[in-house]
Design a protein around this ligand. Structure first.
Ligand code: FMN
Length: 287
């Protein structure tokens, strides 16, 4: 296991270097159309996460939903990166009702990283959105593990088989945003990530769960791809909710999981905005 040093600054907080290293991993989170709709602020108490309204265009409900999900993924990436660096995050979600773009406030307490946190943190740099056809079957235990991790974050994962799988594959084809998904050659497992409610807090939780599912897949070398664009079409979202989800929970993302083609080339890393473009510091923390 790699030996990691835990460094402290004032008030038992991580130092600037540790926070920046964790934020550099947080911004590796997937985001819809790689829009990276997040902003972070380092304060004396920890880190705050904001939705960047300039990146919610047009400002419709479904665009905002996808953007909040993406920020949820960045929040989970941040928590994992901090945990691996020796800091457990105490998260307040939507801490200020008067400021809906303030999605989370993260305070930190020293912590001994677990093996799972270390391996999920290592998976951040290896994860890619993979649009290729996948092979199957995937390990039986994976879905149970993904569901368990999603449930601790307030979401559910359902693996689609038989008729529901056909229905979602049809819906994906109708949306035509993902040409390989659902073709005869594609043996990807289709998962639907859903939440009991459909509000900002549910979207944030769904994004965190999405990150947990994708990193758990990467950790066992499974390829994955989140698909939310089909759900941006209200009729398709309704179709999946009514025709597939027995508990009538709200679908937040379809996820394709499977084995990447054997001997395939590694996928390139997608670009990100520079950390300085998404990071502010409060006066109290400026050197
Ligand atoms: C909430 C969410 C929804 C997404 N929906 C889609 C989608 O519908 N189709 C797609 O091809 N990729 C989708 N993606 C993947 C992004 O396009 C991808 O994360 C981004 O381009 C960055 O690439 P990377 O994941 O390889 O780092 C989604 C990602 C997130 C977080």
């Amino acid at each position: 296991m790699t030996k990691r040093t835990v460094t402290t600054m004032n008030h038992g907080q991580p130092d600037e270097h540790t926070l920046r290293a964790a934020l550099a991993l947080a911004v590796r989170a997937p985001s819809v159309r790689n829009g990276q709709p997040w902003r972070f602020r380092i304060s004396a108490r920890g880190v705050d996460l904001f939705l960047d309204p300039a990146r919610v265009r047009p400002p419709t409900q479904s665009v905002r939903r996808a953007a909040v999900l993406s920020c949820g993924a960045a929040l989970h990436h941040l928590r994992i990166a901090l945990a691996a660096a020796g800091w457990s995050a105490v998260v307040r979600r939507l801490p200020d009702p008067a400021e809906p773009d303030h999605l989370a406030s993260v305070e930190l307490v020293p912590h001994r990283p677990t093996r799972i946190e270390l391996s999920l943190s290592d998976a951040i740099a290896r994860r890619r959105t993979d649009h290729r056809n996948f092979g199957s079957p995937i390990p039986q235990g994976y879905i149970g593990l993904a569901n368990e991790r999603a449930m601790t974050l307030g979401a559910n994962v359902q693996q689609l088989t038989e008729l529901p799988r056909v229905r979602v594959a049809e819906a994906l084809r109708d949306a035509a945003t993902e040409p390989p998904a659902g073709t005869e050659l594609d043996l990807a497992e289709l998962l639907v990530l859903s939440t009991p409610t459909d509000d900002e807090s549910a979207w944030l939780s769904a994004g965190e769960a999405l990150s947990a599912i994708l990193l758990t897949a990467t950790n066992v070398d499974l390829a994955s791809c989140a698909l939310i664009e089909p759900l941006e079409i209200p009729e398709l979202r309704r179709r999946i909710r009514r025709g597939v989800l027995a508990d009538r929970s709200y679908p937040q993302s379809v996820i394709r999981i499977g084995w990447a083609p054997v001997d395939s080339m590694p996928l390139p890393v997608t670009p990100r905005r520079a950390l300085g473009d998404v990071l502010e510091r409060t006066e109290a923390t400026a050197c």
